[in-house]
Design a binder for this molecule. Structure first.
Ligand code: SF4
Length: 168
């Protein structure tokens, strides 16, 4: 038996990071966190889908998908259903994903007060009638609230899933 075949491949936590309708501030926050945590995370985490950092991304067989942003179109709803089907766990990231707001504030517009500019956008782009929080569309296992996300809660959630998958 050669030396290579005797070395067990260490399991890493396979994660995806996704953004929908939002300002993507939690993505910016995560890239800031990488300054401090990348060396440690590289040993235990595989970023399989993270468009802000990588051009080659795959949805295949994710352990945990982190999703920020609200869902504002049927196309987005289809995309998150696909992510759900490929992920063992889903974590909603930030207030827009957890509660819909502030991205869902257009739900509160009074119909006869909507101006021409808003009507133009609503009729020319693929928007659903209402903006939805993530759990209105798919089952969500965990939430990290905050606008942007609460960092200690996010780090605790990453640790929770590393522990759950027995990855050290
Ligand atoms: S929760 Fe706040 S920071 Fe996060 S995407 Fe929404 S508006 Fe931006």
């Amino acid at each position: 038996m050669d030396a290579v075949s005797t070395i067990a491949v260490k399991k890493k936590l396979v994660i995806g990071w996704f953004s929908f309708t939002c300002s993507e501030d939690s993505t910016i926050l995560l890239t800031e966190l990488l300054n401090e945590h990348l060396d440690d995370w590289k040993k235990v985490v595989e970023f399989r889908f993270f468009k802000a950092l990588k051009s080659k991304n795959s949805l295949e067989d994710l352990d945990v998908a982190f999703i920020e942003g609200a869902i504002s179109s049927e196309k987005q709803a289809e995309e998150v259903r696909k992510i759900r089907a490929n992920s063992k766990y889903i974590v909603a990231i930030g207030s827009c994903a957890c509660t819909g707001l502030p991205s869902a504030s257009r739900n509160q517009l009074i119909p006869d007060k909507i101006n021409e500019k808003i009507k133009f956008y609503m009729s020319h782009f693929d928007y659903s009638d209402k903006v939805r929080k993530l759990s209105d569309v798919i089952k969500v296992d965990d939430m990290v609230d905050g606008c942007p996300m609460n960092v200690p809660n996010f780090l605790a959630t990453v640790k929770k899933y590393l522990d759950l998958f027995q990855i050290q």
